[in-house]
Design a protein. Sequence first.
Length: 360
Amino acid sequence: MKEYVTEIIRIDESLIEEGNIDSLKELPVLQQAAELLRKGELVAFPTETVYGLGADATEPEAIKKIYRAKGRPQDNPLIVHIAGFHELEGLVRGSLNPQAERLIKTFWPGPLTIVVDKKETIPAETTAGLDSVAIRMPAHPLTRAIIELAGVPIAAPSANKSGAPSPTRAEHVYADLKGRIPLILDGGPARVGLESTVIDVRSEKVRILRPGGVSREEIRELIGAYLHEPGDEGEGTEKSNMIEKPLSPGMKYRHYSPATPLYIIEDEQALENLLQSGLEGDIALILSEEWAGKYEASLRDSKVIKMGPRERPELIAAGIFQLLRHLDTLSLDRAYIEAIPERGIGEAIMNRIRKASSRK
Ligand code: AMP
Ligand code: MG
């Protein structure tokens, strides 16, 4: 693999806050990023979900570089990012059904990805050989400006090494991909902190393939009975869906496995049992503000890492990947993490935590 001197360039946060895409497009560094993308090189940049590793989605050689730089399994397709609704026409074969139309009108730009039948413009390399393609319009003004300047749809998985937690800060990208890519744009911490929700909109009923930044409840509120629910006819177990006939190939991977063995504390009874068992070894308990406060007295001898308030799961989401990266720097024997309610963004948080956990 080619060796790069990886440049990391900070973008003035006041410019991002204003969200003026046209003035962002004037920045020389964004033009440099777009130029690299057009030449078939990789660029890492912030999005509102996590940091992405971008390449021209229409260029097989550029796409192969993504798989090499990340060490990503060849059969795990990429999400293609666009900056405007009009770009859909060049990518989607046939027309979107009314459910899909309503969903993208409501949640785009934002953390929702739709899986649709693809046109030839998107090569097999991008979709791991599938006839479908996953598409998202990100909300982050910097991402939008880069896509507009590049003038092509941009394939962008999370900018981490395969197997590591998704990066939510530029320094996470640098730690994983230093020397493997020419440029990282630093736009501060990612707002959502978890990846997008991936939905399949190819049939009348919409299926959630991966929970993420847009919640099941929000989708249900919009399309009601057109959302395929667990237990609906034709629905297998989670295991059969994800492993035997993976609808979303990426879901069969563990995603990342922290070096620290991680166990889930399913409820307060489990926490009480754990505390009574007299925890031995070098361990940490990862708890919400609420549980850390309530059990303060019995936790006195334990190392506690706070993950944020149960009442504000969006704050837990924003910090969870950073927390998992931090955990692995502590060289602990093991760690225990509190389960939070699987409502709203809590469903996506627990999906990632369960994937990161060691099964007993
Ligand atoms: P990542 O970019 O690493 O956040 O992962 C992208 C996710 O989208 C993975 O879970 C992929 O399996 C899923 N995905 C991408 N393209 C498709 C597709 N054509 N059909 C189903 N799932 C897809
Ligand atoms: Mg990823």
